[in-house]
Design a protein around this ligand. Structure first.
Ligand code: ADP
Ligand code: MG
Length: 144
C-alpha cells in the first residue's frame, strides 16, 4: 500500500511521521530515501516524537547509530559513510534489523539487499518551492 503526502513545513513532515509511529510494531524497519536536505532526519524526528522519545533527534554524523528510548526503542542510522552491505554487516546492522526496536535508516539504498521483506519505504523529495516536500510511504502487502 502506498500513501502520498505533500507538506509545506518541517512541522508538517514531523506530524505525518508521528502519526505513522502510532501504528508501528516492535521490530519495524523504515528505509528512508531522498537527497540531502529532503527531510529524512526531520521525518525521523517526528517518529521519535510519536514514539514518546525523551531525547531530541540530531543527525548521527560521526556515529552510525543513535538510540532513542520511548514506547519502543528507536534506532536512527545514517549510512551516508557506509559503502556497501558488507561494511554495514561489520558494524552489526543485521542485529538491529532483526531486533525488537524500530530502525529508521537514512541512505538505505546502501544496504538494500539486507532489508527485511516487511520494510516500510519512505521516499522524500523536494517540491516546487523551498518548503515543499513530497512524501511517499510504501508498506508491503506480505499476503499477496
Ligand atoms: P536530510 O536528513 O534528508 O538530509 P534534513 O531533515 O536534515 O534532511 O533537513 C531538511 C531541511 O529542510 C531542514 O532544514 C528543514 O527545516 C527543511 N525543510 C523545509 N521544508 C520542509 C518540509 N516540508 N519537510 C521537511 N523539511 C523541510
Ligand atoms: Mg539526514
Amino acid at each position: 500500500m502506498e500513501k502520498k503526502f505533500t507538506t509545506r513545513s518541517p512541522e508538517e513532515t514531523e506530524r505525518i511521521a508521528a502519526d505513522l509511529a502510532a501504528s508501528l510494531r516492535a521490530g519495524a524497519v523504515l528505509a528512508m530515501y531522498g537527497d540531502l536536505g529532503a527531510g529524512k532526519t526531520c521525518f525521523i524526528r517526528g517518529l521519535a516524537t510519536g514514539l514518546g522519545a525523551t531525547r531530541s533527534v540530531h543527525s548521527p554524523t560521526f556515529t552510525l547509530v543513535n538510540e532513542y528510548p520511548g514506547r519502543l526503542k528507536l534506532f536512527h542510522m545514517d549510512l551516508y559513510r557506509i559503502r556497501d552491505a558488507d561494511e554495514a554487516l561489520d558494524f552489526g546492522l543485521d542485529e538491529y534489523l532483526h531486533g525488537e526496536g524500530i530502525c529508521a535508516i537514512e541512505w538505505a539504498e546502501r544496504v538494500e539487499s539486507l532489508l527485511p521483506a516487511a520494510t516500510i519505504r519512505v521516499t522524500l523529495a523536494h517540491g516546487t518551492d523551498e518548503n515543499e516536500r513530497s512524501i511517499a510511504i510504501t508498506t508491503p502487502d506480505l499476503n499477496s
